[in-house]
Design a protein. Structure first.
Length: 338
């Protein structure tokens, strides 16, 4: 993916390339470009070029500090004319002079330009599926102008999650796709051995795919009302380290849903979004469950306290009996209104 990075007058060159020779680059990173040149005529040239090319494909990241001579005055206008497959993003960097801006700006700009290069499933578990993975990298390939394959680790991660939920056919499909893109990988071979061993054991024990343990019950608007909205969450694990999170309860039709984000637990230290899950309401008590990455379902039973908090405890269900003498950690959840 050919990318041009331009600071100050170099940014003017980059925008001149976009306006006059758009086939040269797919990526543009400007750092306080000198768009004041010729009474901001370069801005108009870029806008006219994009307006005339509705099928244009590319990415433009504008990094700005304190200057008003770059994209600041015209960023809204750019967003209005940018074609559907010409992505734009704006980064404001504080406490940097025009001369020092490139040191932070280039790094942050490149991180934004390639923000979707790693699988989205690392931060959003609802996208930990083969279809979502394929869609992400097909879109990226279209933007970059060449084929970009998902990393092998993404297929193995999906295979592992699916096998842990005893959805072995889905795990096998993930490994088959890994073989097609990365033939001969010893990692795939090792994972396949684990999946087949787990499938054979499940067959011998008569174990089926793990399903939700919470029976659905419609929730009226009045029943859902006390829980609706945003909550700050603390999850305490004994023994273990507390985890912070954010929760949103919302209603769709006759169903109350919970959307939960765990802070700082993703593989790269970022946040991790859980797929929305239905919540069963019984007066001031609620119950929901979710898939556990290592298998089983994590079931939470909670209640609304007199002072308006939600308190509950999470336990595992749907798996095999624990080994003799093993005591699982105690997991409690506390939510307060955001």
């Amino acid at each position: 993916m050919r990318t041009i990075i331009g600071h100050s007058l170099g940014g003017l060159v980059a925008m001149h390339a976009l306006a006059t020779a758009p086939s040269l680059f797919r990526g543009y990173l400007t750092l306080e470009p000198s768009l004041w040149w010729d009474a901001r005529q370069p801005v108009q040239s870029v806008l006219d070029s994009l307006r005339a090319r509705p099928a244009a494909v590319g990415r433009l990241v504008a990094v700005e500090g304190t200057s008003d001579d770059g994209w600041n005055p015209d960023w809204t206008a750019l967003g209005k004319v940018a074609p559907a497959h010409f992505r734009t993003s704006f980064i404001h960097v504080e406490n940097e002079s025009h001369e020092n801006l490139p040191y932070r700006g280039i790094y942050e700009g490149l991180a934004s330009l390639f923000a979707d290069y790693m699988p989205a499933m690392r931060h959003d578990l609802s996208r930990a599926t083969l279809s979502a993975l394929e869609a992400q990298y097909e879109s990226m390939s279209h933007d970059f102008g060449y084929n970009v394959n998902p990393p092998l680790s993404a297929f193995l991660n999906i295979a592992n999650r699916e096998a842990n939920q005893r959805r072995f056919d889905s795990a096998r499909r993930a490994l088959a796709m890994a073989d097609s893109l990365y033939p001969g990988s010893p990692d795939t071979k090792s994972f396949r051995g684990g999946v087949e061993a787990a499938a054979a054991e499940a067959s011998r024990s008569g174990l089926k795919p793990v399903e939700s343990t919470v029976q659905f019950k419609p929730a009226t608007k009045a029943e859902a009302e006390p829980f609706l909205g945003r909550w700050d969450v603390v999850v305490r694990v004994v023994p273990g380290t507390p985890m912070n999170g954010a929760a949103v309860f919302y209603q769709r039709g006759d169903t109350l849903f919970l959307a939960f984000t765990a802070r700082g637990v993703a593989i790269d230290g970022g946040d991790l979004i859980e797929p929305p899950t239905p919540v069963r309401v019984e007066g001031t008590s609620i119950i929901w469950d979710r898939e556990n990455a290592g298998g089983e379902r994590a079931v939470t039973s909670a209640h609304l306290t007199a002072d308006g908090r939600i308190e509950g405890e999470e336990k595992m269900a749907g798996g095999r009996e624990l080994p003799a003498g093993f005591t699982p950690p105690r997991v409690t959840i506390e939510m307060t209104r955001h």
